[in-house]
Write a protein that binds this ligand. Structure first.
Ligand code: TYC
Length: 104
């Protein structure tokens, strides 16, 4: 390939390429309430957020005492799906447990 042809192709590539960016991350925040059992919250933290038993218990007690706490940090789609799963499991088990997300 001639040098000027290469330069032309390279210029086109530079114009059209998109920068690779890290996705924004979102904290999934678990909210306290008076009715959801501690066991159910620990079950949620283990099954949905893949926390070991000791950490699940620590996070649950933090939320119980402080009102809210971080269940995990994920990309937007994963965070939204986890929130939907928590709300579905809570509803299926007649608990009012809620969570929300916030950008890191
Ligand atoms: N406050 C609840 C109770 O005393 C326990 C609880 C903890 C509920 C964390 C929700 O996100 C929560 N049974």
């Amino acid at each position: 390939m001639a040098d000027q042809d290469f330069d032309l192709l390279e210029k086109t590539r530079t114009k059209t390429e998109k920068k690779v960016k890290r996705p924004s991350l979102y904290r999934v925040i678990l909210l306290n309430d008076d009715y959801t059992t501690m066991d159910f919250v620990v079950y949620i933290l283990r099954s949905v957020f893949h926390k070991p038993e000791s950490e699940a218990t620590r996070i649950m007690l933090h939320v119980h005492r402080r009102g809210e706490g971080i269940a995990g940090v994920y990309t937007r789609d994963i965070a939204e799906t986890k929130i939907d799963t928590v709300h579905r499991l809570a509803r299926e088990n007649s608990f009012p447990l809620r969570c929300r997300m916030e950008k890191e």
